[in-house]
Design a protein around this ligand. Sequence first.
Ligand code: APR
Length: 253
Amino acid sequence: MTQIRKAADALAAVRRIVFFTGAGISAESGIPTFRAKLTGLWAKHDPQRLETADAFRENPALVWGWYLWRRQQAMLAEPNAAHYSISRLAKAGWEVSVVTQNIDDLHERAGVDAVVHLHGSLLGAKCSGCHRPVALQPDQLSISNEGELVEPPRCNYCNGRTRPGVVWFRENLPDNAWLSAVRLVRTCDLLISVGTSGVVRPAADLPEMAIRANATVIHVNLEDVSMGGEREIMLIGSAVQVLPELLTRLGVS
Ligand code: APR
């Protein structure tokens, strides 16, 4: 039996599904993945370095400019066939939840209401001093040039610098998001992991947690990222091809 047939049979036999998504699901919408090399004026920077509290302390204007640029990219991007496949499955009667590491809003824009964002959101901002959420005005969100340095706005309460509402390397995940994700994963029948390298913990532990809770895990990725377990199915290919193909096999229109 082919892997895709096996995956379709596994899906047909269950009700509660968790999609666990990473940067690969948004890649074909034009949002670069983390481990892809940056191009243009950002080419000399490493996102893994830019996305740290240390980088923000050292050069807040560089990091704020980087996030404004990423936010702008995400706003210009459109959900792709993989994002829409998830909402189509929900409409077809499966109980579908999404736990994402992505900070874009493409799942929501594809029609999924309840999305657990483990790493925060590009749309949010908070004060780096007192941690209050900050509502930004449209003129504070525009950026004209890639690579532009932009001084972050100051907090109205404590005059601290505004920082993006995302989780940086070495920061803890928001408690609520992590607890929701664990609850969903421990009670699902099937977890479908899409477009994640599975190297950033604790998010990367979720597929294994699903297996320990007796769920099946389907991986969708350009490369083999499976852990070699018996209840794992590896579908190699782009999410925009593999997920619609899976739905076709299930007869979901
Ligand atoms: N379809 C399926 N998979 C894809 C596609 C595609 N079109 N394009 C890329 N991929 C896969 C890559 O093979 C890789 O395994 O998506 C994965 C992307 O990996 P990363 O860039 O590491 O993204 P992610 O796993 O989401 O990173 C996790 O790390 O940098 C931090 O906080 C950041 O949330 C991020 C976390």
